[in-house]
Design a protein around this ligand. Structure first.
Ligand SMILES: [Mn+2]
Length: 333
């Protein structure tokens, strides 16, 4: 299947659109910009549409400020026009059209041209008749690197391309420590470093550039941690009052939920973060076979991967916490 796509790309120049999911993370932006750099080096007309802007450190990725990158939330008309104009759409790092947000979702659903999914989440939407989808892969950026290998195209990978793909691999693998990290992952990273990517510089840009509010947000979250289900579950909470006192800005709580797993014996960690709209955002992390994707889907209309998922509830922070602890006690008993 993917060879058909690569062959079509080799035959002539295409008008290509690349999109990725709402709140684009390092892998979303890394795979999108990395693939854009590669396809442009191959002579194609390429535009990237991001539903909304990523965090500041990710905005310093090579190419982010280029004219061919459109943030749909800021320029909706331009984004709509790009969907109308493209003949080939690559949907990267998401499994279903709703992940691009409600403004862009109809454009993905009604796209008239050829549509190709490249993604590592579970349950790819059947809308994508051409799907390069594998949950065994740790990142979409690694999958894009595989496409470049299949295209025999490493000669066209410049520093900007390599930096983006390596950023995606670093962020989605927790700096190469998650179970999805394989020998192939490391070999791919080595190839990207050979192509000019600077692993240390990427890491410093992403992780040593915190605002103080992030430390204070973590402080509140870490202090709140409780163990449930005989120490197999951890629950962390950030109330609106916590966020206010920390001077919270969007993104400050990213990665906080992982700290629950650092406690000896904890298999499932959940972070509840109160939202100004009265909603509580939920992040789930687990180790081994504990399937938080399933748990989040069943109880909190969420989903994600087996070991990392999200959800939301309008129950109110205190009630939700009590309910969640009850479910965790049952599940982890
Ligand atoms: Mn990803």
């Amino acid at each position: 299947m993917i060879h058909d796509v690569l062959q079509a790309l080799r035959q002539r120049t295409h008008q290509i659109l690349i999109t990725t999911h709402w709140n684009p993370d390092g892998d979303a932006v890394g795979s999108a910009l990395g693939w854009a750099h590669y396809l442009r080096a191959s002579g194609h007309q390429v535009r990237v549409v991001l539903p909304n802007a990523p965090s500041k450190p990710i905005q310093s990725s090579p190419g982010y400020t280029s004219a061919y990158v459109t943030v749909a939330e800021e320029r909706p008309d331009e984004a709509a026009e790009l969907f109308r104009r493209a003949e080939l759409h690559f949907a990267l790092d998401y499994n279903t059209p709703s992940r691009v947000g409600s403004a862009l979702e109809p454009f993905v659903r009604e796209f008239a041209g050829r549509q190709v999914l490249v993604d590592h989440h579970q349950q790819p939407d059947p809308l994508f008749t051409e799907a390069f989808s594998s949950t065994a892969k740790g990142s979409t950026s690694e999958m894009i690197s595989d496409l470049i290998t299949a295209d025999d195209g490493w000669g066209k990978v410049d520093v900007a391309c390599a930096e983006n793909l390596l950023m995606g691999m670093i962020t989605d693998s927790g700096s190469f420590r998650f179970p999805s990290t394989t020998a192939h992952t490391m070999a791919t990273a080595a190839r990207l470093i050979e192509a000019g990517a600077h692993a240390h510089a990427i890491h410093a840009r992403l992780y040593d550039a915190n605002p103080l509010s992030r430390l204070h947000t973590f402080g509140h979250g870490l202090r709140s941690a409780v163990l449930v289900a005989g120490g197999r579950g951890a629950v962390l909470v950030l109330s609106l009052a916590d966020l206010e006192s920390a001077g919270y800005v969007a993104g400050d709580s990213e990665g906080l939920v992982n700290w629950g797993l650092s406690v000896d014996g904890v298999e499932v960690s959940v972070l509840l973060r109160e939202d100004a709209a009265g909603l509580v955002k939920m992040s789930f992390r687990s180790t081994g076979d504990r399937d938080v994707n399933e748990f989040a889907r069943s109880y909190y209309s969420g989903g994600g991967h087996r070991n990392a998922a999200g959800g939301a509830s309008s129950l109110g922070l205190a009630d939700l916490k009590a309910e969640l602890i009850q479910y965790l006690e049952q599940w982890l008993a």
